[in-house]
Design a protein around this ligand. Sequence first.
Ligand code: GLA
Length: 632
Amino acid sequence: MIHEKDLVFTLHTTWTSYILRVNETNHLEHLYYGRRIRTTDHIEALFDKHTIPTGNAVAYDEEHPTLTLDNICLEYSGYGKGDHREPAILFSRAQGDRVADFLYKEHRIIKGKPRSFSGLPESYGDKTHCTTLIIVLIEKSGGLRLELTYTTFDGSDVIVRRSAITNDTGETVVLQRLASLQLDLPRSTYDLVTFDGAWARERYRSVFPLRPGVHVNDSKSGTSSSRHNPCVFLTARKTNENQGDCYGCNLVYSGDHAQFIEVSPYGKTRLLTGLNPATFSWQLHSGEKFHAPEAILTYSHEGLNGASRNFHRFINNHIIRGSWKYHQRPILVNNWEATYFNFSEHTLLTLAKSAADLGIELFVLDDGWFGSRDDDTTSLGDWTVNTKKLPDGLASLSKKIHGMGMLFGLWCEPEMVSRKSQLYRAHPDWMVSLPDRNPSPGRNQYLLDLTRKEVRDHLFESLSTVWRLAEVDYVKWDMNRTFSDMHGNAASYRQEEFLHRYMLGLYDLMQRFVDAFPHILFESCASGGNRFDLGMLCYMPQTWTSDNTDALSRMYIQEGTSCGYPLSAMGAHVSDSPNHQTLRQSNIESRFNVASFGVLGYEMDLSRLQGQEKESIRQQIAFYKLHRSLFQ
Ligand code: GLA
């Protein structure tokens, strides 16, 4: 529910309230975010008082000599008018001027949540769940129109924020930053909770007290990354898992991102989230509009657990979509750690038979089924069956798996090309590379230029053909390296825009696939959980959490991941002991006890199981099925 009185806007969800107003200089002032309040009578008690000018501060104008933008909680900060904190927006005009001062122009409140049609993934909700406030601000000199959108999601206590800018100045403006969300809080006695890591060590939770200055939680790797997940929390001191103030924020985006958390000289806190300004730049021609990705915000007085539950509810209801939403996910067996590249139809069928016998519901054929791929040096891009390993083809294998009563799933890595491939030989310029140097390899492979429509068309055609032929029920969409040598060889845009345009290309491609194959269960993956974010979850309802399947490591990885994401989004497998990544030994019960707190799978050679272990697994599967709806 949202209402407005005298240009004070009150946004209520079931348990929270968010209040802002248009102040005397026409800026948007943030007044309150927290536990739901019953009345907004005497709301002026929350207005910033600015009774005295402070030392060397810049006053906004001569009519308001005591008002400095540097010490007010604002909704969206410009640059060069006295607020010296991190700005939400930065751009330069043709002459290089960067001053940005956005003032209230108009607003409207509508039922539901309008779509942006920006090509970016977005959350969804209908009139029964959501109300939207759109505030339009105009840059003081005219011509630049900023739209800030706030959508309340009552049931999950989430507010979705969006920002978009339209250029009607008659000249081109270079956009360097357009934050998705700014949240200014009047205090700074918070701990910052972030989820940091690396390959095989994703999203370990770190907690540290805020200090004066700016902390940046970001990724410059081309993906949302495991270095620093875009999900962050601010918790008031003494907040624990179940009580205390907790603010949470996440971004619906899968590429470079940045969260700036700043404690100002006056002890206020600013949180900004959005595209990473370090790697972003966009030429906005006159007449054009640019949309920043959506950001989601929550508050709970029930500690980190309360905020996590809000996010889980929101993601399950308003991010995950398609036929697998709220649909129990099948228990799978994946052949990767059982066989790696070394398999034949016979070994796969032996594994599948043991899996079916134990009650497993989905057989996933991982890497190595295509081109002439016997190791990771070749064939990415050649999405036709490897007839040396599978002489009867995929359709025949799939039929046999279906015949055992299981679903059939297939691995792919659409965004990549190997130099040793037919695709590279036919289209060397489709590889992301600069004309004057050799591109840097990652796992012996290179990125395909998804900013190009012909590349996306080719991928759509070649993979659709395979999935149709093999009657695929599940797809694991992998992505096994970070970005380098960012450059489009046929680009009609400025090369600085490559990274964001790549993401728009990826989203376009995934949308085409999910539209064409609505029945397929997609699981995204990036060398494990190196692209675990809300952008991917808008297309693919689950993500492979980590290549590290060791039970002890997984406790940290899954616990961190669960702070921001529901268990139904987290792929978790029981694998061999000693574990292939850590070499640690753990018993079959411990491995299951951890993996069951996610979408369960097995990734080991089940055909070699003996007596007790086999019985344990059979019981685990029966137990998980019994309690699956609770676990997921
Ligand atoms: C990545 C994935 C693994 C597996 C391999 C196959 O590392 O995270 O699960 O699919 O690729 O090459």
